[in-house]
Design a protein around this ligand. Sequence first.
Ligand code: RAM
Length: 360
Amino acid sequence: MKKKLLSALLCASLVATMAVGCSGGSSESSSDSGNDTKQEADSGSDEGGKTYAIVTKSAGNPFNEKTAEGFQEVIEAQGGTAIVKHPEAATADAQVSVIQSLISQGVDSICIAANDENALQAALEEAMAAGIKVCCEDSKTNPDSRQVFVNQAGITEIGQSLMDAVLDISGGEGQWAILSATSQAANQNAWIDSMKEIMESDDKYSKLELVEVAYGDDEPQKSTDQTQALLAKYPDLKVICAPTTVGINAAAKVLQDEKSSVKLTGLGLPSEMAEYIGDDDAHSCPYMYLWNPIDLGRLGAYTSIALVDGTITGAEGDKFTAGDMGDYEIVKADDGGTEMILGAPFKFDASNIDEWKDVY
Ligand code: RAM
């Protein structure tokens, strides 16, 4: 309750300046790995009797848990049944078996954060052929495997924010590295490609040298090992950019524990990163970005409901109201499919991290 109240107060006071939406969130999210957290509906609205599934990238990732929490909250408030699935590992194979079991269960919709853009196609096409509505959130599939993508923020906006952070934090020159999640993740790869394109596009980035893209697979230990390997391999490294909440958290611990002078930026959860954010030598991360993961799940839920009740088909130009989140329009995505955009990436620094660390 306290958390909800604080969240509501913060939303009220910050809403005018925030590009990301706020959510009260529920007090707890499930963290099972593959097991249903089926919640029976208790209201009698039109959505009663329908079953909406969310499949995240993997278990043990607080970002995924918060997204699932937002999804579940909306589905249940609308009288539907939510199924939350966190696969054991962030792999396509793990997601294919989850999708197959959801097809057998006869769910009405699947909202998935894809671990691979193309490898889920056969399973998701089978789901759609069985009448199951399919949307993606966080990380998209190819257009043939989905009806619409609930995108957290524009790819170029994210790439630009991160690239400019690297330029600023490095002082305009020197070696930098990327610590990503899995090598197949469509969202990670799109952001990394965007950063590389931006770096090539303007002379002001010409004194920066990207020495390596390392992959921590969104596993804390592997991300820690990869950070240590980067520090050992590149003694002149100035900045690590980790566009993954798991990666940035692991890297922050390593850098601060080792009192490294290497600085960090990327995409992180304020709740996990508060102790590492600051402008002095004692803090490894001057600033980072993210969006509201709870709202991402909430928008995924409203989208699933609209697909199931026929308000939208996922076609360009479709419009719907996502409850208290307002109106959304479906637009063309860069890959030829369709998407909607939740908002812009939001910057967290020493001036606002304390306000946000209790929200998500
Ligand atoms: C990690 C995941 C997720 C990404 C966030 C920013 O938790 O890789 O897909 O969107 O970071």
